[in-house]
Design a protein around this ligand. Structure first.
Ligand SMILES: C[S@@+](CC[C@H](N)C(=O)[O-])C[C@H]1O[C@@H](n2cnc3c(N)ncnc32)[C@H](O)[C@@H]1O
Length: 318
């Protein structure tokens, strides 16, 4: 099988953040090329790791690559969306875990494989599905979603200020003929952005492609659902490490973690001691997100947008 070239971001930091217990039960929610999975496995003696990916390519590659750990019954690979975390673990009779890691977004092989249609730099049929079995693809989003729905995703998921004029151009173009390829879509997006605005900033299609990818894979919905379950599955002392690559994901993680680590609104202000049962059940390990070192930044361009947040369950409860 071809090499799976994905340079793992924040490898040491994210795994150290889990504070791995050699006999514990762990989850890698985003297996990809298996970088974090291998680092966790190295620290397990009698523990077990369940690694998820919804992309069959990642599962197939690691079935071969991590064969020994699978045979030693240290590792189980699960081909599913991490939004089904609890149900999948339940099917293995796992009710509690000691740590869960998320390294979000797409892997380099997904991005670099032209035919997956993730990149505005390769010409390919519109696709962008992480799970190749899924029905919804970028083809349907671009050609069938209403103008209003397109504006909404371009604004919300791409933070694209020209959302309306891009959505209008998409609507006009697809009336003539369906928009079938990434390069056709790039052309339409460019038409929706004034020439002066196109001259600075990144690639003109970057924000729109990000928005469509998030919509196709329901990335924020899946993350929120999964994190709720993950927080619930943790044993006391257990931790979750999340690496995000864009501001919307980071904001979601930050907000959910803040809610879990703050006093509830029912606690009166200024009490010298917080009454038992009213303290938060979680604590933040790092107040500010951990970012890549200068060394990692110089070696890996993807690391520039990476932010790591870690939370720990400190007492029973939600
Ligand atoms: C950035 S890569 C992970 C790389 C990995 N940590 C490594 O070291 O090689 C993200 C992976 O997560 C998978 N993924 C993203 N969202 C997912 C979801 N909701 N459910 C399951 N897998 C998902 C993608 O298919 C991709 O393979």
């Amino acid at each position: 099988m071809a090499e799976f070239k994905h340079v793992t971001v924040l490898l040491k930091e994210a795994v150290a953040g889990l504070n791995v217990q050699p006999t514990g039960t762990y989850v890698d929610a985003t297996l990809g090329g298996g970088g974090h999975t291998q680092a966790i496995l190295q620290q397990l003696v009698d523990g077990h790791l369940y690694s998820f990916d919804q992309d069959q390519t990642a599962i197939d590659y690691n079935k071969e690559h991590l064969k020994t750990a699978i045979e030693q019954q240290k590792l189980t690979l699960i081909e599913d969306n991490f939004r089904n975390l609890k149900a999948e673990l339940d099917s293995y009779n796992v009710k509690h875990v000691n740590g869960i890691l998320y390294d979000l977004g797409v892997s380099s092989p997904q991005f670099d494989d032209a035919k997956r249609g993730f990149s505005y730099q390769h010409d390919a049929p519109l696709d962008m599905r992480m799970n190749q079995e899924q029905k919804l693809s970028a083809m349907e989003v671009v050609n069938e979603w209403s103008y209003e729905r397109l504006v909404k995703i371009l604004y919300r998921y791409g933070e694209e200020k020209f959302a309306k004029s891009i959505a209008r151009k998409i609507e006009q173009r697809r009336k003539i003929a369906p928009i079938k390829t990434t390069f056709e879509l790039v052309d339409v997006i460019k038409e929706g952005i004034p020439a002066a605005a196109r001259r600075h900033g990144g690639h003109p299609a970057k924000k729109s492609f990000q928005a469509i990818r998030i919509a196709v894979n329901d990335e924020l919905g899946a993350l929120e659902e999964s994190l709720e379950q993950a927080l619930d599955l943790l044993d006391v002392g257990g931790r979750i490490s999340v690496i995000t690559f864009q501001s919307l994901e980071d904001r979601l993680v930050k907000t959910m973690f803040r809610e879990k680590t703050s006093l509830s609104g029912d606690v009166p202000q200024g009490l010298p001691v917080i009454p038992a049962g009213m303290e938060p059940n979680f604590k933040l390990i790092n107040k500010k997100p951990i970012v890549a070192s200068d060394e990692e930044l110089a070696a890996n361009h993807r690391a520039h947008s990476a932010k790591l947040r870690i939370i720990e369950k400190i007492r029973e409860g939600k």
